[in-house]
Design a protein around this ligand. Structure first.
Ligand code: ADP
Ligand code: ZN
Length: 578
């Protein structure tokens, strides 16, 4: 019953109920208090007091006297009755008398019923319009965004990466006058709940421009062409405003890699995607419109979307590490009556929680405290809330990675880092983390090494050893039976490097200076000795790597403990440790 949502419907409804009530009351009251028996009427008639009689078919007739009063009496239902009256000089009306007591509620009733009908008609017209106008666009439009950078805790790198865009949105003409090209599109990628929407909104808030949001799935409709026209409308709306942030959540719904075969619905998706790309190339730099899209996975997006001039800036929004979790928790506790909370402990316990989940945790704790009528939200509420949140999520995902897994990841990443620190000291490690990213569990990042035209044999060998360092550390600490699949990508890369060395760069012995590709050209089959050589080379390098790590076992332990505690370590943290 949608039209009940319209609160004005209550007014005519109320009025009609009241008037019906009044009519009933007045009728009963009037009859009870004005009834006079027929005998008395006859007396009045004889004594010529009666001036008028309202003669209808009802069981009663109304009699009006010459002195102005009136009463009701029985209807004799005699065919000659009217003649008798007329002969006695009494006026006869064949209609019921109309009195103010009757007129007012009757009119009110009629009016309110008419209003009711009008409202119902109007609301049903509205809903039917919604169904038929497939083009109707429900953009989430926010003119004055109340979210800014302060509402986003942690995510420092991502924030840093959008700062210039904010500046551009504030002042697009300035950038234009310098001939600088700003990215028209930005993709934020990362696990659900890490604050991608929040960050996009904060960009609009910081730049003080309106925020238009839609989800990719809103564009994928059953009717072909609807998605494309929705895109055009969205941009039209934003352009009317001049500067704006357009946010498209779940961009993968329209921007997934084409699967080659023309499967159902893909034509519609292509049209939508093309409309998006056309619109994006349509607005010029001066305009100050930035499209921000979000996805959980960057690798499934169509490359057409990622080309320069389109979504050419990709920013990872990762799960928060321990210090970011502390900030997020603190932020969401800010306006709540918390007392004596052990934030450090809570941040430690919530490893792998996303921002959204942390927000959820604080909220659950607040609900528990409220249910108990407790004066404050205290540690005990957070403990209970923690169990609730964990229980709710445990089944679905790897959210709650066990301590052993954290340890394995930590030793593995530190293994890479130590080999790199020892063998390639000129290459700075900018970040080591055990927080999983979309690329896999944990990870370490080398700052970009100097650009060199050639890579020498020594360097390639050292890089291979760095790659082997993860597995080597696992084996040293947990034993040969407990090595994990975590080295999958490392081994892929090292295999690629070693085979290239031996078969393409002339750095091995079994092929010498021969190149394998050219040998295949002339159908020369290469013996197994090449693979043998690759294998023994890697084995030697692996042994050397293990030896290196064993020589630095104390560092391995200390480094790992520090990483387990901090979850993410940056260049200066690592320097301090050394
Ligand atoms: P996503 O778009 O990545 O799925 P959202 O931006 O919708 O995630 O985040 C959902 C909610 O989680 C936010 O509204 C906010 O309350 C909370 N949240 C997530 N990340 C953060 C953060 N870094 N700082 C503060 N709150 C956060
Ligand atoms: Zn690794």
């Amino acid at each position: 019953m949608k039209f009940f949502k319209n609160k004005y419907i209550l007014i005519p409804l109320f009025v009609s109920i009241i008037s019906i009530f009044l009519m009933v009351i007045s009728n009963v009251y009037y009859k009870d208090n004005n009834y006079v028996n027929y005998y008395k009427f006859q007396n009045d008639m004889i004594s010529k007091k009666v001036s008028k009689v309202y003669l209808t078919n009802s069981p009663n007739i109304t009699v009006k006297l010459k002195n102005g009063t009136s009463y009701i009496t029985d209807n004799p239902r005699n065919a000659a009755f009217k003649e008798v009256l007329l002969n006695s000089g009494i006026e006869v009306s064949e209609q019921a008398p109309i009195s103010a007591v009757d007129i007012i509620p009757t009119t009110a009733l009629v009016l309110s019923v008419l209003t009711l009908i009008a409202i119902v008609l109007k609301s049903s017209k509205l809903t039917s319009k919604k169904i038929f106008a497939v083009d109707a666009l429900d953009t989430d439009e926010v003119k004055n965004v109340d979210v800014n950078f302060e509402s986003v805790a942690g995510n420092e790198e991502a924030k840093e990466n959008v700062k210039d865009v904010i500046d551009f949105l504030k002042n697009p003409e300035k950038y234009y006058s310098y001939g600088a090209r700003m990215p028209k599109g930005i993709i934020l990628y990362g696990e659900p709940g890490t604050g991608k929407t929040l960050l996009a909104k904060a960009v609009a808030g910081e730049a003080n421009v309106p925020f238009y949001a839609m989800s990719g799935s809103d564009f994928v409709q059953i009717y072909v062409g609807v998605g494309a026209s929705r895109i055009r409308q969205l941009f039209k709306k934003a352009r009317l405003h001049g500067r704006a942030v357009i946010f498209i959540d779940e961009i993968d719904a329209i921007g997934k890699k084409r699967d080659g075969g023309k499967s159902g619905g893909s034509e519609e998706r292509d049209q939508t995607l093309n409309a998006l790309l056309t619109e994006m190339s349509g607005f010029n730099e001066k305009q100050g419109i930035v499209v921000i899209a979000a996805t959980n996975r960057l690798d499934i997006l169509d490359s057409a979307l990622l080309r320069p001039g389109r979504f050419d800036r990709h920013i990872e929004v990762s799960l928060p590490d321990i210090s970011a979790r502390k900030k997020i928790l603190r932020l969401h506790m800010k306006n709540k009556p918390v007392n004596n909370i052990n934030l450090d402990d809570l941040a430690k316990k919530t490893a792998y929680f996303s921002g959204a989940k942390l927000e959820n945790l604080v909220n659950e704790a607040a609900i528990l405290a409220c249910k108990e009528n407790s004066d404050y939200i205290e540690n005990i509420h957070f403990e209970k809330a923690f169990s609730i949140v964990i229980a709710g999520h445990e089944k679905i995902s790897r959210d709650y990675i066990s301590d052993t897994d954290r340890k394995i990841t930590a030793y593995h990443e530190v293994g890479h880092s130590i080999v790199s620190l020892k063998l390639l000291p000129q290459e700075k490690i900018s970040k080591v983390t055990i927080i999983p990213s979309t690329k896999g569990a944990g990870g370490y990042t080398l700052s970009i090494p100097e650009d060199k035209m050639y890579q020498n044999k020594d360097y390639i060998i050292k890089r291979i050893m760095v790659l082997l360092g993860g597995r080597a550390a696992e084996e040293i600490i947990f034993g040969n039976n407990n090595i994990t699949t975590g080295a999958y990508n490392d081994l892929k890369q090292s295999t690629n490097m070693i085979t290239n060395m031996i078969t393409k760069y002339g750095m091995g012995t079994s092929l010498g200076l021969l190149n394998i590709d050219e040998l295949y050209e002339i159908n020369y089959s290469v013996s197994n000795s090449v693979i043998e050589e690759c294998k023994t080379t890697v084995e030697n390098l692996y042994d050397k790597t293990k030896k290196l790590l064993l020589e630095n076992k104390d560092l391995l332990e200390n480094f790992t403990n520090a990483l387990l505690e901090n979850e993410t370590m940056y260049e200066n943290d690592i320097q301090k440790l050394l």
